[in-house]
Design a protein around this ligand. Sequence first.
Ligand code: NAP
Length: 565
Amino acid sequence: MVEEDGMDLEEEEEEDYRSESRRKASTVFSVIASVLSGFLGNWACFKVSEMLNVPSQAFPAAGSQQRVAPAGQSRNKVVLKPGHSLLDWIRLTKSGQDLTGLRGRLIEVTEDELKKHNTKKDCWTCIRGMVYNLSAYMDFHPGGEEELMRAAGIDSTDLFDEVHRWVNYESMLKECLVGRMAVKPSPALQGLSAPPSLRPEPLSAPLPAKDHRPRYDWFQTDGTVNIVVYTKRKIPSAGCAVVDLQDDNLRVEMLLGRMSYLLYWRLSSRVQDHVDVQTAHSVGKVQLCLRKSVKEKWTQLGQSLEHHDTFIQCKDRGLFYRECVLLSKTDVTHNTQLLRLQLPPGSRMQVPVGRHVYLKTSVQGTDVVKPYTAVDQMLIPPSQSSAEVGSDIHLMIKVYPDGVLTPHIANLPIGASLSVGGPEGSLTLRVLRDVTHLYMLAAGTGFTPMARLIRLALQEFTVIRKMKLMFFNRQERDILWQSQLDELCTKEERFEVQHVLSEPADSWTGRRGRIDACMLQNFLERPENSKCLVCVCGPAGFTESAVQLVRQLDFSEEELHVFQA
Ligand code: NAP
């Protein structure tokens, strides 16, 4: 049944890419043609509201990279001038000021016209066929002016996807909307051509013999409908299934390394709103059981919805949101809380290790979205925590008094609802294969992805002989889960933690300062016959320094994993 059980993970991922390209090659023209017909059809009744509702994830740009940058490609954040926070930007967009210079008029923009607007004071860019004037946003961009100017006068869809495709730019930039890219005639598509971001990718290699795509089957009893997904690879204990039953729509996403397999139906008949998910990890099988509202025979499972039965890279899959309920908030430190969120009854989510989810909330009418890495309830839970069942999620959130989203979250009462999207992220367990020495360099809340990694490594990767965390914080009171880390150190010979404080009290006897070469030289040992992996996460500046220092110590790109959001 599971032919590829035990298949080499690297081969598997390469194969996934090839399969994906083949599928794209065979479908891309028909998809583009159908979208273009809709695109042009709508053009006649071109209204702002419709324009802002662009199906943003339908056409990830061909060359777009993972949002979470590969090792070393960290992004800078600049210090914004006073009065240029996100909240200030939201205020400006609500002020009625003309931010496009077109007094609310929406225009059709040609490629030649777009190219002309390439200066700081007159900066237009195109994202997924829509053109925005970014000039007013220049000083508000957390990545700085230079970064934003990379998008000036061009179609920046790829660039945007590469850096932060999760940002709700339609909402953030709605007052900057200039109009749509003009569609220019092309003989290739019956006289029509797609805007640059919708262009097909080149055709790729022919079909190889083996099919590594997951597949599914279903069967029913009098009272239940059962869907079985054969992922054709082993599933880690943290799971891979994300299930959302909303009204009669059932969405099932399998997160398999860098790939995502989606099943999506409008069910034939009503079911109760609880979904039972069972995973047979070693054989790669996930079985869902739904209870019929009425005991009757179904002639079919349902009607396929958008992107049903597609197997594509996770980064190219649209984010799906569900409303969760805040169940509890526990103080972790003086400014960091552990939130427990309950998924709706029809949802089950097993967030793979190192992945994050998105919290979305509306601040003064503008959607604000931020990523948060899922953690467990504790570093090493004594028994199975409820999160493993996939009915709730734990997030560790540091409250920044001048932040937009975190003070809002901190003030939410228990029982409040929060929109949760994802999960997403770049960590695939392939990077841990054969690793004997796992090093983690974490600063502040950059510890969160490490927390689950430590647990996973201890429980499932027996080949790892040593796991060392160097944890950078300002003061001792900022150290997350300090007592749990210390406890783990005493219990687990393989685990070691070193704390470094940048603003220690005089009484602190441990290490002091910021990350430097000297600290890492001794910490990152490379014993004979070892295979090392260094994971880095923290503020952008920290990450950048850490990556540089690790490289200087001759660690290769394969030996480095950077968590970035
Ligand atoms: P923080 O308290 O501001 O800083 C933690 C430590 O990092 C401090 O000791 C600080 O030293 C040091 N540090 C800061 N900038 C540095 C630099 N440029 N070079 C060297 N050391 C530096 O950290 P935080 O507020 O918790 O922020 C954590 C960051 O991690 C956030 O930016 C968050 O987005 C990121 N994060 C990312 C992910 C992910 O990508 N998956 C997950 C979680 C968190 P000083 O006191 O000298 O500044």
